[in-house]
Design a protein around this ligand. Structure first.
Ligand SMILES: [Fe+2]
Ligand SMILES: [Fe+2]
Length: 164
């Protein structure tokens, strides 16, 4: 059985995963508006991954006899100055997610909830990859700057991302 504090924390993260999907879907459509279809495809898959993360929280809360409580999801930003700005924001967003996951791990330790702790460890590992993947794209976008050829090369590379 989940403690009230952990149930609240896990529900909070469930909402944040859904919000993350919303943010990335918004970025995908911004990139689509620039006709950068490869980048849009990458962001779209990123959004789907966030929905899967939300699903994992739902399963864990239910499996533990807790109650899933869906709350209002904040509206995401809709405009960015450049693809670089959007991916930089995605990177900062992932760092924020990591901080929130770490906070939940701390809470699971304080509540002596080993099952929640084990569940959250998957996300600890996942966040290392999440941060690294976006940071890699940010670095590449910085390298090409305003050069259109470079931008299209990155766009083509990102179009190859498959379902995780
Ligand atoms: Fe996530
Ligand atoms: Fe993520």
């Amino acid at each position: 059985m989940l403690s009230q504090k952990l149930q609240d924390g896990l529900n909070g993260q469930l909402n944040f995963e859904l919000y993350s999907a919303y943010v990335y879907l918004s970025m995908a459509n911004y990139l689509e508006s620039l006709n950068l279809k490869g980048m849009a495809h990458w962001m779209d898959l990123q959004a789907r991954e966030e929905l899967e993360h939300a699903g994992k929280f739902i399963t864990h809360i239910n499996d533990r006899g807790g109650r899933v409580l869906l709350r209002q999801i904040d509206g995401p930003k809709t405009e960015w100055k450049s693809p670089l700005e959007a991916f930089e924001e995605a990177y900062r967003h992932e760092c924020e997610v990591s901080a929130r996951i770490n906070g939940l791990v701390d809470l699971s330790i304080n509540e002596k909830d080993h099952a929640a702790n084990a569940f959250l460890q998957w996300f600890v590992t996942e966040q290392v990859e999440e941060e690294a993947n976006v940071l890699d794209i940010v670095e590449k976008l910085k390298m090409v700057g305003d050069r259109t050829t470079g931008l299209f090369m990155i766009d083509r590379e990102l179009s190859k991302r498959g379902e995780a």
